[in-house]
Design a protein around this ligand. Structure first.
Ligand code: GTP
Length: 324
């Protein structure tokens, strides 16, 4: 994709992208065209969190791929507005920061034999800024405005990414035992009563507090969604189903013990299952939903694994429960 001197076509192309993966592809192509070299790597922190490692977005890079902790350490060293150049053994390495609202969220590494022209690196900075702004907009569009959890529209995409093995955060490699992905669906019990007794403003406040408790209960790299009004979905990793059960039970009990202002005590019911690579989104949600239904039907304030259900368990329709 060629562009004139000020990179007008590139800017148009970047700002037209509505999908994160297309935005990444567009950036990689533009940086390749601008630099006219192939020895570059772009690491971007897709979580906008200084504690999580950035993702390499041009995975076919010719540069040596950094380990997660090396990439994170590098990002934390980089300063906004400061391009660094180092020379060793005839290789010039240029470090260009990517920043968003004053925070460094990524880095472009370029290896060349001679130093790049300043106009080229400055144009790279501008392009990376525009990329970061567009990424920020896409990121915001994935959030539920009340809770700032991921929204329902993002859920299907994330499940597909995970079951197809493209989830950009792979299981941690701190032990030999691989972590597996689980989906839990949690629903506030008798929430209608909260609205009826205390009004919608307090109802919204409860949803917000439950969302915070949920987020605090999981790791930064897990995904917590507001799935519906008072329903939440979590995609998270543990090594075994028993550990997943313990994590969810801890969440259930944290919520049951939490003193909700005005409302007092509240509970949630949860259904969950392990994700398998052959699953479709609708079958996964259906199974989590059946397990949730079982929790509701057996007294609420419970956690049920889909695997615990009798194979042929009949799910009778009860209008008091909103199914997905
Ligand atoms: N305040 C508020 N209420 C909401 C929101 N979204 C959904 N609701 C309400 O949530 C309630 C859900 O009620 P039901 O699905 O009948 O279930 P429930 O009362 O939670 O009972 P069980 O799920 O059977 O334990 C309805 O009254 C909805 O109006 C929201 O964003 N804010």
């Amino acid at each position: 994709m060629k562009a004139n001197n000020c990179g007008h076509e590139w800017i148009i192309n970047l700002t037209q992208q509505e999908e994160e993966s297309d935005l990444d592809t567009s950036l990689v192509q533009i940086i390749g065209d601008l630099l006219e070299v192939e020895n570059f790597a772009i690491y971007i922190n897709k979580h906008f969190s200084a504690q999580l490692p950035p993702t390499l977005i041009n995975s076919d890079t010719r540069l040596e791929v950094l380990e997660s902790n090396e990439a994170l350490a590098l990002l934390n060293k980089v300063t906004q507005n400061k391009i660094r150049v180092s020379r060793a053994l005839g290789v010039v390495t240029t470090y260009v920061p990517v920043y968003y609202f004053g925070k460094v969220i990524g880095i472009l590494l370029i290896e060349t034999t001679t130093e790049l022209a300043q106009t080229t690196t400055m144009l790279a900075v501008h392009i990376l800024n525009i990329y970061a702004n567009q990424l920020g907009l896409l990121h915001k569009s994935r959030l539920d405005p009340l809770t700032e959890l991921l929204n329902r529209q993002t859920f299907d995409k994330k499940v597909i990414e995970i079951v197809s093995g493209k989830g950009f955060l792979l299981p941690r490699d701190d032990t030999n035992e691989k972590r597996r992905w689980y989906l839990a669906i949690a629903d506030i019990d008798h929430f209608k009563r909260v609205n009826d007794n205390y009004g919608h403003v307090i109802g919204d406040e409860v949803i917000l507090l439950v969302a915070r408790l949920l987020k605090n209960n999981f790791r930064l790299e897990d995904y917590v969604f507001r799935y519906g009004g008072e329903e939440f979905a979590v995609l998270f990793q543990t090594k075994t189903e028993a550990q997943a059960h313990i994590a969810l039970n801890r969440l259930r009990s944290n919520i049951a013990e939490y003193p909700f202002p005005q409302v007092g005590q509240l509970t949630i019911s949860i259904g969950f299952l392990e994700l398998a690579s052959i699953d479709t989104v609708s079958s996964i949600v259906h199974q989590a939903d059946m397990a949730l239904y079982h929790s509701k039907n057996s007294g609420r304030n419970k956690v049920t694994a889909y695997s615990e259900l009798e194979v042929n368990e009949e799910v009778t329709t009860d209008n008091s429960i909103e199914l997905f």
